[in-house]
Design a protein around this ligand. Structure first.
Ligand SMILES: [Zn+2]
Length: 535
C-alpha cells in the first residue's frame, strides 16, 4: 500500500514540469486573441542558440514552457548577419511547432557612425550606409513576411555632410532628392529617416517580398523623438505596424539606465496606441537593470495600457549567459534573466486575466496632451511622474476637447492653436492644471486667473514628485479627481487606473505595503503589488 502510494506520488511529481508547461502553452494559445507573449532571438542568439537541432529543440521547449507563441528571428545586429540556412531551418521548425515566426533587423553598426549617440547609431546622410541598410532589409524580406525594426533606427548625426544637407533643406536618398520644410536639426533628421524608411526599407523590402509587413519599434525616450528623427505621424503612416518600448527598468539602478519612472511605460503605450490605432502591435521590454518586481511591473504596465502583445527581449538574455547575446566589447550588465523568466511565468494567468478585462474597456481619467513632435523642455517626462502621484491619466496627441479634466504641460505648446483651444475648453469650467513653464508662455493669451485653472511650479528635478507629503498630494489630486467623481487617498507612488465600464486598478510601486482609500473603500495593497476590480 505504502509502496504503491509512493510510486503514484513519484509518478505525479515526475509529470509536474511537463504538465505545467502544457498548461502555460495551452493558456497562451487560448488567450492569443486577447494578448500574446513573444520573444526575440537576436542575430547572435541565432548563431549561438539555433545553429544545431538540439539548440532549436531546447528553444522550442523553453518558449512553450514560457507560454510564448510568437518568435522573432533576427537577421542582423551589431555588424553580424545571421546565416540564411540557420534562419530557414529554425523558422520552419518553429512554424511546424505551432508558433508565429517573424524576422527582425537591428540597425546598429552599419557603415558610417553618427558623431552623436555613439558607434551603434548611423549617419544616414551617408549614401553607402543607406545602401548597406537596404541590403539588410532585402535579405530579411527574402526570409520572412513580417520584420520588426529595433529602436536604434534613428539619426542624431551632425557631421559636415549632415550639416550641409540640413542647411540646403534637402534630403538625398539614392538618386532622389526631397525638400525639407525648415532647417532645424529635428526637421532634417525626421525628413531623412522618413525618406530612408520609405525608399531604403519599405520599398526595398516589398520589392523582394510583396507580402512583407514592416514594424517600427519606437523607443521609450518619447520626448526626444522629434530631435533624432522618429516622426510618429509620418512613420506610423508609412509602416505597416508599430511597436512600443516599455522597458522602464529599475528607477534607482544607476549603472544600467535607471531614472525612468515605471508609469512611463503606461503613458507611452497609451499615447502611441492612440496614434497607431489598429497598427499598434504591442510593447517590448527586457530584464536589464531590473529585479523581478521591476520586471513584472513592466509586464503590468504594458498590459494595463491595452497592448495586444508583450515582446520579451531576448531569448539569450532570459535563458543564457549575456555574453552569448552581445559582443564581449559591449558593456551589457548581467541580466537576471532566469529569475525574470520564472517571475513572468508565475504571473502569467493573472496578467492575462487583466489583459482580457482591459481589452473590453476604455481608459478614463485626466487628459494630458502631448502633440506629435513636441518637445518637453523642463517638463520632459513629467507625465511619468504625474502618473506615479496617483493621477489616472489619459494621454492625447490631439487637443482633448471633451475631457472632464486636463493637465497642460510645455509639450502642449507645440500646438499653434493652444491658447484659443484652452480658452474654449475653459467655457466648460473643467478643472485645468498648467505647469508654471507653460503658464508663463501662455499667460498673455489665456484668461487668467480663472477659478478652475491652477498653475503649479513643479520641482526641479521632477523626481522630487516621487516623495510628496500626503497633504500636498491630496491638495494636488482632489480638484482633478472631483471632475471624475472619484475620491482617492494613498501615499505617493501608488498609481490609479480607471476604466469604463466599471473597472479600476490600484498599483503600489513602494517597497512597503500601503493602505489606500478609493471612493470610501479601504484597500490594503502588498509591497509592489496591485489590486484590480472588474464588474
Ligand atoms: Zn552625418
Amino acid at each position: 500500500m505504502r509502496r504503491s502510494f509512493f510510486i503514484a506520488w513519484l509518478a505525479w511529481v515526475l509529470t509536474l514540469p511537463a504538465h505545467a508547461q502544457t498548461n502555460l502553452w495551452q493558456l497562451a494559445n487560448q488567450c492569443a486573441s486577447v494578448h500574446r507573449f513573444s520573444t526575440i532571438f537576436t542575430a547572435q542568439d541565432v548563431l549561438n542558440c539555433l545553429s544545431t537541432d538540439a539548440g532549436i529543440e531546447a528553444a522550442v521547449d523553453w518558449c512553450k514552457a514560457s507560454g510564448i507563441t510568437h518568435v522573432f528571428l533576427e537577421e542582423y545586429r551589431d555588424g553580424y548577419l545571421a546565416d540564411r540556412a540557420t534562419l530557414q531551418r529554425a523558422r520552419d521548425r518553429f512554424r511546424a511547432a505551432g508558433f508565429l515566426v517573424s524576422g527582425s533587423v537591428t540597425t546598429t553598426i552599419i557603415g558610417k557612425p553618427s558623431n552623436g549617440w555613439g558607434p551603434e547609431v548611423c549617419c544616414y546622410t551617408d549614401q553607402p550606409t543607406q545602401a548597406k541598410l537596404q541590403t539588410l532589409f532585402e535579405y530579411a524580406a527574402g526570409l520572412f513576411d513580417e520584420i520588426i525594426v529595433d529602436d536604434y533606427f534613428f539619426c542624431d548625426c551632425t557631421c559636415d555632410n549632415c550639416d550641409a544637407a540640413r542647411q540646403a533643406e534637402r534630403v538625398t536618398v539614392g538618386d532622389k532628392t526631397y525638400r525639407v520644410e525648415g532647417d532645424s536639426w529635428g526637421e532634417y533628421h525626421r525628413a531623412l529617416m522618413l525618406h530612408v524608411s520609405q525608399d531604403r526599407v519599405l520599398a526595398a523590402a516589398r520589392k523582394v517580398n510583396p507580402k512583407v509587413r514592416l514594424i517600427i519599434k519606437y523607443p521609450q525616450w518619447y520626448d526626444m523623438y522629434q530631435e533624432r528623427g522618429y516622426d510618429v505621424a509620418r512613420q506610423t503612416a508609412a509602416f505597416d505596424r508599430i511597436w512600443v518600448g516599455t522597458e522602464t527598468r529599475d528607477y534607482t539602478n544607476e549603472a544600467h539606465w535607471g531614472g525612468t519612472a515605471q508609469y512611463a511605460a503606461y503613458f507611452l503605450m497609451r499615447w502611441l496606441g492612440g496614434i497607431g490605432g489598429d497598427k499598434c502591435g504591442g510593447g517590448w521590454y527586457d530584464s536589464f537593470g531590473t529585479t523581478p518586481p521591476y520586471y513584472i511591473e513592466q509586464a503590468r504596465q504594458t498590459i494595463l495600457a491595452g497592448a495586444r502583445e508583450s515582446l520579451l527581449f531576448c531569448y539569450g538574455s532570459l535563458n543564457l549567459a549575456p555574453q552569448t547575446t552581445f559582443p564581449p566589447s559591449m558593456p551589457w550588465p548581467t541580466p537576471p534573466g532566469p529569475a525574470a523568466t520564472a517571475a513572468v511565468r508565475a504571473a502569467r494567468p493573472g496578467v492575462l486575466a487583466v489583459a482580457r478585462a482591459v481589452r473590453r474597456r476604455r481608459p478614463i481619467g485626466i487628459a494630458v496632451y502631448k502633440p506629435i513632435n513636441s518637445r518637453g523642455g523642463p517638463d520632459s517626462r513629467i507625465f511619468d511622474f504625474l502618473g506615479m502621484m496617483g493621477l489616472p491619466l489619459v494621454p492625447f496627441h490631439q487637443f482633448p476637447t471633451n475631457a472632464p479634466a486636463a493637465i497642460f504641460t510645455l509639450q502642449a505648446y507645440a500646438d499653434p492653436n493652444l491658447a484659443a483651444e484652452i480658452n474654449d475648453y475653459n467655457k466648460g469650467a473643467h478643472p485645468v492644471l498648467l505647469t508654471g513653464t507653460l503658464a508663463a508662455l501662455l499667460s498673455p493669451q489665456i484668461h487668467l486667473p480663472a477659478p478652475n485653472i491652477r498653475a503649479i511650479n513643479f520641482p526641479r528635478q521632477l523626481d522630487y514628485l516621487l516623495v510628496q507629503r500626503q497633504a500636498a498630494l491630496e491638495d494636488f489630486r482632489a480638484p482633478l479627481l472631483n471632475a471624475l467623481h472619484v475620491t482617492f487617498n494613498a501615499p505617493d507612488q501608488v498609481a490609479l487606473y480607471l476604466f469604463s465600464p466599471d473597472g479600476w486598478v490600484v498599483e503600489n510601486f513602494n517597497n512597503e505595503p500601503v493602505t489606500a482609500v478609493l471612493n470610501g473603500k479601504d484597500l490594503k495593497i502588498a509591497a509592489r503589488g496591485w489590486v484590480c476590480h472588474w464588474n
